[in-house]
Design a protein around this ligand. Structure first.
Ligand code: HEC
Length: 154
């Protein structure tokens, strides 16, 4: 089970695309800013996931820093960054699916799931490696779960 969850996390990270600055659409800044926040999350998750998988030696201070950063990234007010019309159909630089803005979208709840998982990671990461590993699955699922529904597959 743990291995499966770690695999999900790895898949979320592997989906990372480069932040491109060539966009010309009306929502260029908004799209760049939200992609930058996502890339920042992936960077912190890379540290935590690397330790969970044993690819990086566990270091309580570094783990705590990454978890603090992840939680901080989830607390940023993104209300300006997701204007209607900034989806991938009109903005090829974006991978945001129009579903985000459709009736019945649960994207807000999914963001809350990430914030909760990041808070749990924040409480666990600096304790010991086992605590970090246990908190990893929910974080990976929070990223991957939202991407599966609301982000265009590569
Ligand atoms: C509430 C939904 C949601 C959650 C939670 C979420 N993402 Fe995303 N993510 C998206 C969407 C939508 C995009 C596409 C944004 C765009 O291209 O405009 C995206 C894009 C990305 C990208 C690509 C950025 C780029 O440069 O184009 C990365 C990397 C990423 N997310 C990582 C993460 C990680 C890591 C987590 C968890 C710690 C996470 N995301 C959580 C919705 C989410």
């Amino acid at each position: 089970m743990k291995r499966l969850l770690l695999g999900l996390t790895a898949a979320a990270i592997a989906g990372a695309g480069a932040v491109t600055a060539q966009g010309t659409g009306p929502f260029k800044m908004e799209i760049m800013a939200r992609q930058g926040i996502m890339a920042y999350r992936a960077l912190q998750l890379g540290v935590l996931g690397g330790m969970a998988k044993g690819e990086i030696a566990y270091d309580a201070g570094a783990a705590q820093k990454a978890a603090d950063n992840l939680a901080a990234s989830a607390a940023i007010d993104e209300s300006m960054l997701w204007p209607k019309g900034s989806d991938t159909t009109a903005n090829p630089d974006s991978e945001a699916l129009p579903k985000i803005w459709e009736d019945g979208s649960d994207v807000g709840e999914r963001h809350k799931v990430l914030a909760d998982a990041a808070a749990a990671m924040q409480a666990a990461a600096g304790k010991d490696l086992d605590s970090l590993k246990a908190a990893m699955g929910p974080v990976g699922e929070a990223c991957g779960g939202c991407h599966k529904t609301y982000r265009k597959a590569d």
